[in-house]
Design a protein around this ligand. Structure first.
Ligand code: NAD
Length: 248
């Protein structure tokens, strides 16, 4: 189940955290994984090398998702190298917390450029190859706060909610081409993004999680893997929550 042999998978922001876990999971299932990075080419290369060392197939492609021309050039280059792209895991994201009254336009614009415009630019660039191949899977990594909101995260939550509308629009637009488009909405996951929380903040957050623990990047990657698989062919426009029951 969930084998991806012969599939070419692009994971944006693949050098660490949830992106890295996705790269590893897809590599283990036989896909050729293209690890995208924006700054740290060495770490991305190390992720790719680790996949290859385990007998998998992997490659790297650096571009900033917030720069649409760079996205187009990067996706074109990888399609040239591998012949196609079958799966996009639009994972790259940033977080900037601020109380509403303190929120600066520049912060909101940065969040929008990476989290929303970046994901849509990647989907647009990848869609051409998926349409040609009459097979495709897009998975957008949103967040629990995109559905339930969170004090101090107005702008971030807005970007994550926007991904749900985008994913469902793509799901309707591309269904006739056998391209599905879904969302994974993680809850409180242990990664570099959440490492800065104080013990007090963690404790408070976990009070709202029925399963009473944080999630792992691998648990989010498993949800992405399912949505990218042949087995999920009849699932589109869905929001798959991986949040320990924090929002249901
Ligand atoms: P992370 O900070 O460890 O990883 C984010 C990755 O995105 C990094 O590799 C980073 O380099 C990359 N990235 C950022 N801006 C980029 C850009 N402009 N172009 C290309 N790559 C870029 O965080 P993570 O926790 O692994 O988060 C991954 C995704 O999951 C994000 O979209 C985040 O919003 C979402 N998420 C995380 C949590 C959590 O608890 N960790 C919860 C809900 C949603």
């Amino acid at each position: 189940m969930f084998r991806l042999d012969g599939r070419i998978v692009l994971v944006t922001g693949g050098s660490r955290g949830i992106g890295r876990a996705c790269c590893e999971a897809f590599g283990e299932q036989g896909a050729t994984v293209v690890v995208n990075y924006v700054k740290n080419g060495e770490t991305a290369r190390a992720v790719a090398d680790a996949i290859v060392a385990k007998g998998g197939k992997a490659d790297v492609e650096g571009f900033d998702v917030a720069d649409s021309s760079a996205v187009n050039a990067g996706v074109d280059a990888l399609v040239k190298r591998h012949g196609k792209i079958d799966v996009l895991i639009a994972n790259a994201g940033i977080v900037k917390d601020s109380l509403l009254w303190r929120l600066k336009d520049a912060e909101f614009e940065d969040l929008w450029a990476t989290n929303v415009r970046g994901a849509i630019a990647c989907a647009r660039a990848a869609s051409k190859s998926m349409m040609r191949g009459r097979w495709g899977r897009m998975v957008f990594v949103s967040s629990v706060v995109g559905e339930m909101g969170n004090a101090g995260q107005t702008a971030y939550a807005a970007t994550k909610a926007a991904l749900i509308g985008a994913a469902r629009s793509i799901a309707r637009e591309y269904a006739s081409r056998n391209v599905t488009s879904n969302v994974v909405a993680p809850g409180f996951i242990d990664t570099d993004m959440t490492v800065a929380f104080t013990a007090e903040q963690r404790e408070e957050m976990l009070q709202g999680v029925p399963l009473a623990r944080t999630g792992s990047a691998a648990e989010v990657a498993a949800a992405c893997l399912y949505l990218a698989s042949d087995e999920a062919a009849y699932v589109t426009g869905h929001v798959l929550r991986v949040n320990g029951g924090m929002h249901m």
